[in-house]
Every structure is written in C-alpha cells, then in structure tokens.
Design a protein around this ligand. Structure first.
Ligand code: C2O
Length: 345
C-alpha cells in the first residue's frame, strides 16, 4: 500500500544531528480543510525556470531577490514564511512525522523512490508562494546547471553578501571561481579546471546512463506503507545530489550547515536551485531513453501522497501521480546542452 500524507497535528520533535541548535520543524497548524491537488489550468501562465549562471536580466534578478526577502519577512505563524518552508524539509527528512498507521516508523522521503516526486512537489509550492508574494503568476525559480561546464560554479547571484539569496553558512573554499566536484567526499581534489570538468561530465554519464538503466536504479528502491525508511537511494540522489549538498555547506559547522544537513539545507536559497536541477534531471533521464527510462507504474508509488501549504496557505494533498509531468504543472526548464551525454566514462 502507498505511504499516506502525514497528519500535521501529529508532527513531533525531529531527530536533529548532534550540535544542531534546537529547532521545531513542524508547520503552523492548518486553519482550513485539506484540499486535493488540482493541476493549474492548461491556459495558466507557464513558468520557465532559467539557468542561474545565465541570468543577466536585472529585472528578473531583482524580482527573485524581492520575493525571497518578502518570504523571509513573513511571520512564523505563516506557513509560507522562508523559515517554515525550510522546515518542510526538516520535518519530512528528520523524523518529525511518523508514517500514518505505523507509529514506530518514521516518515523519510530520502533514500527511496519518493526522492524525486517529493522534491518536485516541494519546489512547486515554493515557487508559487514566491510568485504570489510579488504578484507574478509566471514567476519561475532558477536552476543550478552543475551538469554543464559553464554552470559548475556556485552561481554568482547567490554569492552577493548584500542579497537575500546569500547565506553565510557555506564553504569558504568553494566560492566562485572554484568548480564543484560532483562526487565530493570531504576532500578537495587536486584537479585543474579542465580535469574537474572532465571528471564531472563522466560522473554525469555514469549516474544518468550506466548506473541508471532501470527506474529503480535511477530513482530509488520501493518504499511502501509499513516499510522501514531508507530502503535505498537511486543513482541521482546518491551522486551528484548528495555531494553537491556537502560541497556547498560550511565545513566548519558541526553538520556542514546549512546545505550539508537535511534539517538545515532548506535555509539556504541555493537549495532550491540545486533541487531544480535535480528535478530537471528526472525529465532529462526520461528524454534520453524513451523506451527504458520510464516512471514506475506501481500503484503504491503513484498513490503516495504528501502535504504542502500552497500560496494561499491552504494545505494541499498531492499524489505522486499528480507530479509526473512538469508541463501539466505548468513549469519547465530553459533548455541547455547536455555535454556529458557524449562522455562515456
Ligand atoms: Cu531533500 Cu537535497 O535533499
């Protein structure tokens, strides 16, 4: 059977890692009834997510920064506040919820086939809230194009200390122009830039092609009602998703905060750009081999549901089957070349 959306009123203390400052990850309680997700009408504005490193449009950048600062200014009682949005990740990832019907089992959206759909829905509502705060219903968040040599640095729009997109808790040694290491493992490699690019492109090919021949290998192992959490991650979640988190967080914090730990990752605006590219990779994977790279057809996956607050503070129950087509959700990604596709390891 599918895992059910958590019951907000049963949200409890999260299991935070040692050294984390006390944090209540639970959202403010609902003020209205839960509604089931309905996709936006097909004629509603399309949100085209741009590659962060190519943003030169000052008007767009100002809008984005304004939307984030407005989100940061919302009170804690508002489920749309930046703090509460960051805590969504903490609650779903650090054991604040039990699985409905299984009080001894925590709900965990990582390390299983829930990884891609959960994060897609999370970003979907995050983006709509930002758009609402600046009254722009075509607003789209940027993506960090780390699979492309041009995008392999921490995108500079996030590194201006005066911007709302900045987060002080990042690794000082990984600021631009340092290139990201897509399989970073706490040790900085001794590569030249060209070697690092080549290394990264090989990793991309390996994780999206060689190691991703089946839905289970790419997306993660089945996780159904009553199963223990963390049955196993797919190739993408494992690498480069995880290493990019750790590479971005501050190595001098107890748990690599902010990006390097589940409970704090959503506090860095860069998180949403990183996950937008992860989300883009779900579609890229399907597009590069239409015959073999397909979504699961298992009902337990399709009927799994999550709960999010939307841009109008309504709690919405969204099922995995609602989140299979970005086009239906009225968003997409600015197209960029996939240079790794020709780079067999
Ligand atoms: Cu929910 Cu990138 O982790």
């Amino acid at each position: 059977l599918p895992i059910e959306a958590p019951i907000l009123a049963d949200c409890g203390a999260a299991d935070l890692p040692p050294g984390a400052s006390p944090t209540n990850c639970c959202p403010p309680l609902k003020t209205s009834d839960i509604v089931d997700f309905v996709p936006p009408p097909p004629w509603s504005p399309f949100r085209l997510r741009p590659a962060a490193h190519l943003i030169t449009d000052k008007a767009y950048l100002d809008k984005f920064a304004l939307a984030i600062s407005r989100m940061k200014a919302l009170p804690d009682s508002d489920p749309r506040s930046f703090k509460n949005q960051a805590n969504v990740h903490c609650a779903y990832c650090d054991g604040a919820y039990d699985q409905v019907g299984f009080p001894d089992l925590e709900l965990q959206v990582h390390n299983s086939w829930l990884f891609f759909p959960f994060h897609r829905c999370y970003l979907y509502f995050f983006e709509r809230i930002l758009g609402k705060l600046i009254e722009d219903d075509s607003f789209a968040i940027p993506y960090w194009n780390w699979d492309n040599p041009e995008g392999m640095k921490m995108p500079s729009i996030y590194t201006d200390p005066t911007s709302s997109l900045f987060d002080p808790l990042r690794d000082a040694k990984h600021q631009p122009p340092t290139l990201v290491d897509l399989d970073y493992n706490d040790v900085d490699p001794n590569y030249t830039d060209n070697e690092q690019i080549d290394h990264n492109l090989r990793i991309m090919y390996r994780q999206l092609v060689s190691n991703a021949r089946t839905p289970e290998l790419f997306m993660g192992r089945p996780y159904r009602a009553g199963d223990k959490p963390n049955p196993g991650s797919g190739s993408m979640e494992n690498i480069p998703h995880g290493p990019v988190h750790v590479w971005s967080g501050d190595r001098n914090q107890p748990n690599g905060e902010n990006m390097g730990s589940f409970y704090s990752a959503g506090r860095d605006p860069l998180f949403y750009a990183h996950h937008a590219n992860v989300d883009r990779m779900w579609d890229v994977w399907k597009a590069i081999n239409k015959k073999r790279h397909r979504d699961f057809t298992d009902k337990d996956w399709l009927e799994t549901s999550f709960l999010f607050y939307d841009e109008n503070k309504r709690p919405v129950r969204v099922r995995v089957r609602d989140a299979l087509e970005p086009g239906v959700m009225r968003y997409g990604y600015e197209q960029m070349p996939l240079p790794w596709l020709k780079t067999r390891p």
